[in-house]
Design a protein around this ligand. Structure first.
Ligand code: MG
Length: 253
């Protein structure tokens, strides 16, 4: 669909996003040592259904689960299974839902029990990078203003941004134009941001090097150096003023 959404499309996307944010909150509250990732995914499936929506990820290019659950060195697209979360792990939960034909997409990384201060810093920097990106999501600026804000914050803290996976437009499909990278490759080439665009901004931040690889399951993206990775994502609406975070949650962000 078009990059600029009309009022009724925005209203529908806002509702899908509200559901995605609520389900992410509910899933996050269920993150505890001993729980399996499959139990978390099944709980999310139940909550998505209860909200009258369906998963945007289940069946997407044959993805086999309702949500993406990525633990520790897993960056994104982890497939839930028998793995039990352990005290001190971090887990990234990515929730995409479809409600009345429109998508909402959001993610956050949670601590399992207590985590090391250095790991806490990775989560905080990734969250701040998302906020810095959102602050640039304004009518008349360009996608690269978001990209630059994310990249400079992350690299200024000594971490690295993943390049192989990027944010995206959100509408009737989970991945629409424009792409929203977390880095600037060539300045001056990115699309202009306009009121009525709905985009998912989603920094994926590695504690070590930026390189990633995909496991043999064809989905799970892991850091090449085995170090930790965090992921925070919001779907936002570009307005004439400040951006509206559509996937708002009970707790921040
Ligand atoms: Mg996304």
């Amino acid at each position: 669909m078009g990059l600029i959404k009309n009022a009724s499309e925005v209203a529908a996307i806002r509702e899908a996003c509200r559901i995605a944010g609520k389900v992410l909150d509910e899933m996050g509250a269920a993150v505890l040592p001993g729980v399996t990732t499959l139990e978390l995914d099944q709980y999310a499936a139940e909550r998505i259904r209860a909200a009258g929506a369906r998963s945007a990820f289940l069946g997407y290019r044959n993805f086999p689960r309702h949500t993406c659950i990525s633990v520790n060195d897993e960056v994104v697209h982890g497939i839930a299974g028998t793995r039990r979360l352990m005290f001190g792990d971090i887990v990234s939960l990515d929730v995409g839902v479809v409600h009345r034909g429109f998508v909402g997409d959001t993610a956050a990384t949670f601590a399992v029990g207590g985590i090391d201060p250095s790991v806490q810093r990775l989560l905080e920097v990734t969250q701040r990078a998302l906020e810095a990106g959102i602050a640039q999501a304004r009518n008349g600026l360009h996608v690269e203003d978001i990209s630059r804000a994310v990249q400079s914050l992350v690299e200024g803290e000594g971490f690295s941004v993943v390049r192989e996976f990027v944010g995206h437009g959100v509408g009737r499909s989970v991945h629409e134009e424009p792409q929203v990278p977390n880095f600037v490759e060539r300045a001056g080439k990115s699309p202009k941001l306009r009121s009525g665009m709905t985009i998912a901004i989603e920094p994926m931040v590695n504690a070590g090097r930026r390189e990633v690889r995909v496991l043999n399951d064809g989905w799970t993206v892991v850091t090449s150096d085995g170090k930790l990775s965090a992921h925070f994502e919001h779907t936002v609406l570009i307005t004439d003023g400040m951006p509206e975070i559509l996937t708002c949650r009970g707790k921040t962000p």
